[in-house]
Design a protein around this ligand. Structure first.
Ligand code: PMP
Ligand code: GLN
Length: 380
């Protein structure tokens, strides 16, 4: 393994999911729903296979999906996106990696929020770039604007933003995003914004795409994916849009990572993006109830928790239960309580920040969350 990828080993998600399989514990670690997306969506993919969508689709993605992404951005956010400036990728993961590989020279710096989704760190390393982090602190996870300002240097090439944010579940406020935008304009930075949880936002919060803020569309690559929105994380249909020359750069790299995305899923996702607003809202409202269920269960078990405004993750502090090391707790949690969670430590550079924190995922059926809550009560 190359030096730049040393330290990435096996992802903590894979490690914890394997632990769940081995022990039969309830897996609230890796984020994936236990109910598949809408039946019509699944049927559309089957129909696409039957109709012969089984050979290489066009490199940038099927036109139907690129048009649907543009229409979605217009409908929900008033963003004017030309379908020609949409690139379909193998999940948001490929979009992120291809963008970092396309934009960063060796030695460039990339600023990420900490805790950071592990794929950003790996993408930065693949590109030979260097990571600078801006801490979000439990339990409020507010953006520290002074720290953000301090993280930007003359070598900063890209600012990676992720809201709603994994793993904290925080949704950056409009004011926070405006401050990010002001800094990006002032320092002439490119911004890569990962908005895969854009539709998983709860009452009282609002998802503000960075590209909608003044002066941002021309410097922002916006990434999203069908996985979370439609509960099909295994389909790996993602996309990125932004200024033509930046998307062209990402496309150049993407060609040699996967060449094209899987054909039959693309028309199906294109149709799903056109679902009525109520369908999107219903999913979020339903998820919010399950958030409340898990948060209540974790608190009853003795954890201190944040209350996530989006995503399907809640962060819990195990220190009140006497566990200072979240990684150790996660390794023992199947035996102690029959549940699997994910430690936050691997998403931090500063070990002190995430040490006793663990992430639980609530995109599971109600009865599963209730069962998990009952089991976790054993910890107290
Ligand atoms: N970004 C974030 C913040 C995520 O949480 C995930 C998935 N867990 C991804 C990207 C990857 O999305 P995809 O499966 O579409 O590659
Ligand atoms: N995004 C999901 C999570 O955060 C899955 C990540 C993964 O398996 N790489 O849990």
């Amino acid at each position: 393994l190359t030096e730049r990828m040393r330290g990435f080993g096996t992802t903590v998600f894979a490690e914890m999911s394997a632990l769940a399989v081995r022990t039969g514990a309830i897996n609230l670690g890796q984020g994936f729903p236990d109910t598949d997306g809408p039946a019509s969506l699944l049927e559309d993919a089957v129909a696409a296979i039957r109709a012969g969508a089984n050979q290489y689709p066009p490199g940038p993605g099927v036109p139907e999906l690129r048009r649907a992404v543009a229409a979605h951005q217009q409908r929900f956010y008033g963003l004017d996106v030309d379908p020609d400036d949409v690139l379909v990728t193998a999940g948001a993961t490929e979009a992120v990696a291809a963008a970092l590989l396309a934009l960063c020279e060796r030695g460039d710096e990339v600023v990420v929020l900490e805790p950071y989704y592990d794929a950003y760190a790996a993408g930065i390393a693949l590109a030979g770039a260097e990571r600078r982090t801006v801490p979000l602190r439990f339990p409020g996870f507010a953006l520290d604007l002074d720290a953000l300002r301090a993280a930007v240097t003359p070598r900063t090439r890209v600012l990676v933003v992720n809201s709603p944010h994994n793993p904290t579940g925080t949704v950056l406020t409009r004011a926070e995003l405006e401050a990010v935008a002001a800094l990006a304009r002032e320092r002439d930075l490119l911004v890569l914004t990962d908005e895969v949880y854009e539709h998983l936002v709860f009452s009282g919060s609002e998802h503000v795409p960075l590209a909608t803020l003044p002066g941002m569309a021309e410097r922002t690559l916006t990434v999203s994916s069908a996985g979370k929105t439609f509960s099909v994380t295994g389909w790996k249909v993602g996309w990125v849009h932004g200024p033509r020359e930046l998307v062209a750069a990402v496309r150049t790299v993407k060609q040699f990572l996967t060449y094209v995305g899987a054909a039959p899923f693309q028309p199906a996702v294109a149709r799903a993006l056109g679902r009525p607003d109520e369908d999107y809202a219903r999913e979020a409202a339903d998820l919010e109830q399950r958030r409340d269920l898990l948060v209540a269960g974790l608190r009853a078990a003795g954890f201190a928790t944040s209350v996530p405004q989006g995503t399907y993750f809640v962060v819990a502090d195990a220190a009140p239960l006497g566990f200072e090391d979240g990684y150790e707790l996660c390794r023992r949690l199947p035996e102690l309580a029959g549940v699997v969670a994910v430690p936050l430590a691997p998403f931090h550079d500063d070990p002190a920040l995430g040490r006793s924190l663990v992430r639980f995922c609530f995109c599971k059926r109600r009865e599963v969350l209730e069962d998990a809550a009952t089991r976790l009560a054993r910890l107290g």
